[in-house]
Design a protein around this ligand. Structure first.
Ligand SMILES: Nc1nc2c(ncn2[C@@H]2O[C@H](COP(=O)(O)OP(=O)(O)OP(=O)(O)O)[C@@H](O)[C@H]2O)c(=O)[nH]1
Ligand SMILES: [Mg+2]
Length: 435
């Protein structure tokens, strides 16, 4: 195994930058520099280049194999956080025969050394890239071993299921009625469990980013004014001239339950020139990425077919603006009347937007799968269990037993107990360098 090194902190200036070295040459690198480190104890050292120049005063920690992140000898150097300094240290190590780690290579070594199963390693990547507190929590639970704990009973059930089905095969000739029917509830329970894990992942994934709330409507409907009123600041350009907003603009809106992203757009209507046409095209494009559409229509006016269409399909709210100009008008059921100075209506709308964040909350003991690979293995286990159910119903225990075994294999691969090399390559290529 070669020895590898990489910065483990983000590039740029900071108080501290950490460089990690892992592999059998760690001891040699230290003794070449006459540094003696007690294991797992932070020690201030003068970190020297190979030509004995002092590069930095660094805090060094040594982890001895196998009690380290990678399972190998590891050295972590906390340097002053200047990218030039970090580069000098890495170049010097490189000249010493230590190569730069590939993305995710430290974690890959941890998996190969049996320090952590693949399913947990994947959650390390998910933890670093999580953009919402829900996806962060989901990754944290898998990293803490929640997935193995959760799937162990199912794995045991599948082992027992195959064994029982094989017994049915052995005794089939003595039995007049084809057996295995009493095992159907086991299969159903397994399917239900996989369903739950997949559904939780889907919920978290669809909220892997802050929810996007797109304001859409005719020119001059009051979209930008409504966005400003919700934000409580004069952020967007507003005017009585139709067609004020051209590009779509994203602005984070803090709500009591977290942040949603408001997206103001160019008004939709009869395009009068090339610019109008281009601006409206952008609005249509961003609408596809909306988690919620706020269809903005001035109060008191007839709703156009296009607006009704936007308000009916999928997640949307019909908001009626400028109610101060139409004091006698009453909003029909299900529509949201508001004007820019109506604090109560604005607060109620903001509360409604924050519900978008709530729907993705994890229940206290809920576990969600992490990443595409885990999802695919869970789907494979599901397909095998469905085939198993079909075979039992047809009185074919030998075929059912085979599918039950395949379902168990999928589950073990999901957990990373069996992992082909190319799977490891695919998983870790999406990691960052230094992880
Ligand atoms: N009285 C009153 N006027 C409003 C209200 N909301 C918006 N307006 C006015 O309506 C006009 C259009 O407002 P905008 O917010 O620019 O409308 P828009 O939908 O963003 O328009 P485009 O960007 O052109 O598509 C401006 O003159 C605003 O001052 C409101 O609640 N009450
Ligand atoms: Mg506007």
């Amino acid at each position: 195994m070669t020895t590898i090194c990489a910065p483990t902190t983000a590039p740029g200036r900071s108080a501290i930058s950490v460089v990690r070295v892992s592999g059998p040459e760690v001891g040699r690198i230290l003794s070449d520099r006459s540094i003696v480190l007690a294991e797992r104890r932070a020690t201030l050292v003068a970190w020297k280049a190979r030509d004995a120049r002092v590069l930095d005063q660094a805090l060094a920690v040594r982890f001895q194999a196998p009690r380290s992140y990678t399972g190998e000898d590891v050295l972590e150097l906390s340097l002053h956080g200047n990218p030039l300094l970090v580069r000098e240290v890495l170049e010097d190590l490189h000249a010493d025969g230590i190569r730069l780690a590939l993305p995710g290579e430290f974690t890959r070594r941890a998996v190969e050394a049996g320090r952590i199963p693949l399913s947990r390693a994947e959650s390390v990547g998910a933890l670093i890239h999580a953009e919402t507190s829900q996806s962060l929590e989901a990754a944290r639970r898998v990293l803490a071993g929640g997935l193995e704990e959760r799937l162990e009973p199912l794995r045991k059930t599948l082992v027992d299921l195959s064994a029982r089905l094989e017994l049915e095969v052995d005794f089939a000739e003595e039995d007049a009625v084809p057996g295995g029917q009493e095992l159907l509830p086991w299969v159903e329970d397994g399917l239900l469990e996989l369903d739950r894990l997949l559904a939780a992942q889907e919920r978290i994934r669809s909220r892997g980013h802050a929810p996007r709330v797109v304001l859409v409507g005719s020119p001059n409907a009051g979209k930008s004014s409504l966005a400003n009123a919700l934000l409580g600041e004069d952020r967007l350009l507003v005017s009585a001239i139709a067609g004020t907003t051209r590009d779509w603009i994203e602005i984070p809106l803090p709500t009591p339950r977290g942040t949603v992203v408001l997206v103001d757009t160019a008004g939709l209507g009869d395009a009068t020139d090339e610019l109008d046409h281009l601006a409206q095209e952008r609005t249509h494009r961003i609408l596809k990425a909306a988690d919620l559409r706020l269809v903005v229509v001035e109060a008191g006016r007839e709703i156009k077919a296009a607006e009704r269409h936007l308000a009916e399909g999928g997640a949307s709210l019909l908001v009626r603006t400028k109610t101060d100009l139409h004091p006698r008008w009453e909003a029909p059921q299900g529509q949201w009347p508001v004007h820019v100075a109506d604090r109560n209506a604005l607060a109620a709308l903001c509360e409604r937007l924050s519900e978008l964040l709530d729907s993705s909350q994890l229940a206290p003991d809920e576990i969600a799968l992490v990443g595409e690979r885990q999802r695919q293995e869970a789907c494979r286990a599901q397909r095998e269990l469905e085939s198993c159910r079909g075979a039992i119903a047809q009185g074919r225990p030998e075929i059912a037993a085979w599918h039950a075994r395949q379902a168990r294999c999928a589950l073990e691969e999901l957990l990373g107990e069996i992992t082909p090399d190319e799977v490891l390559g695919a998983v870790f290529s999406s990691f960052c360098i230094g992880k």
